[in-house]
Design a protein around this ligand. Structure first.
Ligand code: NAP
Length: 479
């Protein structure tokens, strides 16, 4: 397979929060990989911005450290750093903005990446406009969380739209940049095999799991204000649900895709309390409890949530989507599992009715897809049946072509190209909050407490019961 890197036009990427954790762990390494892949035009520049008073040399040293690729050629790192500059700016003050206005060039793609806390989105947008740095063609990228509820999301949208138009605003959900997530769209809309089966008459139910093995230690205070519902379900799991459930868009354009995703969110039924299981991990051995890590001994914030979601439209009526996500679970695992209905009639005497097929789309670890099928148990002994899987791990099957990019690499290049397909539109985010808000408000009203679960388990007992009462079972999280 031939590697195909499509170079992007020369750009000035202004990275606010250039010294922050996200920039160091994801954005700088991602930009470096794209540079090495040959995707940069030689006139492209990245202007790092943060509060710290750093000179160019000190800043470039920091960037070099964050690339931290022992295999990387030192000359290549040096060449990459020639594209990098630094300006110290106070996002809420007047310092540094004139220098930025001088530094950006006309006739070059201009993008502002706000890898800073959301309270800075409005102040930065206003100053970009005030100092004449924002142009009608420039792009602004904002990180999650996009709001805490519907009201705050609306405020952020208003602040951004006061200075930029919707077609200039790129709201990141890095799940959309994952190779497998895009592959889900390719699987559904570039093949004729699955789409006729993709409905409630063929599909029994869908399970979407994003399990994390790590605790919230280190970011417990922040997490305690948010919880699994706000941190994961309203955004990442919602996006996975949308791509699984949406109708085929008429074309692969940003608004056609996002219109279809919005229709899914708008078709979500309110979720009754009986269809939700919330959990909080308890102390185990050396490992502290959620309450230790959050610093809040009375916390009722959930570190785990499982829920049954109904999409009320013709395609999905009667096919529930079960969502599940949590911290300190047995294994780090993200997948979408589509359970097809059981065969209606068994023709093999003595054999049990085989399970319906399950199509598993794995996001991590080992991005890929597996289709579980029933086959004849090989060898003599009559017509005995067994399960076998058709397995496709992308890293194996795509050997020779370019390895899948990290989500951030892909998304940043899409910003430069001006392609919003894999970014959330303002109305989508607001609609997702409008669905999530009453669920969260219900917990406060009823003063419900999450159920405790063991570190390294598959979550609380209530999550198992949620499935059992429907006569179904979760797929296992790890062995
Ligand atoms: P962080 O480590 O706290 O970094 C914050 C950055 O903002 C630093 O570069 C800091 O510069 C800069 N900054 C703070 N106050 C400023 C001001 N007044 N003017 C100019 N710059 C200022 O934060 P982070 O973890 O990188 O997160 C950045 C954003 O990404 C947040 O919205 C976060 O929610 C989101 N996000 C982060 C992650 C992650 O894994 N870290 C994942 C998803 C989303 P100085 O160092 O010079 O003060």
């Amino acid at each position: 397979m031939v590697s195909r890197v499509i170079p992007v036009k020369a750009f000035d990427l202004v990275l606010f929060g250039a010294t922050g954790d996200l920039a160091q762990r994801k954005i700088w390494p991602g930009l470096f990989h794209r540079f090495v892949a040959g995707q940069f035009d030689e006139h492209s520049r990245i202007l790092g911005v943060s509060r710290s008073d750093l000179d160019q040399a000190a800043f470039r040293k920091k960037v070099a450290k964050s690339i931290e690729d022992p295999k990387a050629d030192k000359d290549l790192i040096e060449k990459f750093l020639e594209h990098v500059d630094y300006i110290s700016i106070d996002a809420t003050g007047e310092r540094g903005w004139d220098a930025l206005a001088q530094a950006v060039r006309p006739d070059t793609v201009r993008a502002f990446y706000l890898s800073v806390a959301p309270r800075f989105f409005g102040p930065i947008a206003r100053r970009l406009e005030k100092f004449g740095i924002a142009t009608p063609d420039s792009r602004i990228v904002v990180e999650k969380p996009f709001g805490h509820d519907l009201e705050s999301a609306k405020t952020l949208n208003e602040e951004l739209r006061a200075c930029f138009q919707e077609h200039q605003i790129y709201r990141i959900d890095h799940y959309l940049g994952k190779e497998t997530v895009q592959n889900l769209m390719a699987l559904r809309f570039a093949n004729s095999l699955f789409e006729p089966l993709w409905n409630s008459s063929q599909i029994d139910h869908v399970q979407i799991t994003v399990a994390e093995s790590l605790s919230v230690e280190g970011r417990g205070e922040y997490y305690d204000q948010s919880g699994a519902m706000r941190d994961m379900v309203q955004n990442h799991l919602m996006q996975l649900l949308c791509l699984t459930a949406m109708e085929p868009p008429s074309k692969f354009t940003p608004n056609a895709v996002r219109n279809e995703k919005l229709k899914v969110i708008e078709a979500l039924e309110p979720v009754p309390p009986s269809d939700i299981a919330r959990g909080q991990y308890r102390a185990f051995g050396e490992q502290g409890s959620y309450r230790d890590h959050s610093g809040n001994p009375d916390s009722t914030t959930e570190s785990f949530i499982a829920m049954k979601v109904e999409v009320a439209n013709w395609r999905w009526a009667g096919t529930p989507f079960y969502l599940r996500t949590g911290k300190c679970l047995r294994q780090r695992l993200s997948e979408i599992a589509v359970f097809f209905r059981n065969p209606p009639h068994m023709i093999f005497p003595g054999a049990e009715t085989p399970q319906g097929n399950v199509l598993v789309i794995r996001l991590q670890p080992d991005e890929g897809m597996t289709l579980h099928t029933t086959i004849k148990d090989p060898g003599p002994g009559g017509m005995r049946l067994t399960e076998a899987s058709l397995d496709m791990t992308f890293a194996d099957s795509l050997k020779g072509s370019e390895q899948p990019q990290d989500a951030y690499e892909r998304l940043i290049m899409d910003v430069i190209r001006g392609d919003q397909t894999l970014f959330m539109r303002g109305d989508e985010v607001e609609s997702a909050w409008a669905w999530a808000d009453p669920i969260i408000a219900g917990w406060t009203e009823r003063k419900t407490k999450p159920q405790q679960y063991d570190v390294g388990s598959a979550g609380p007992e209530d999550a198992l019961l949620l499935m059992h009462k429907d006569g179904r079972r979760w797929r296992s999280i790890g062995a």
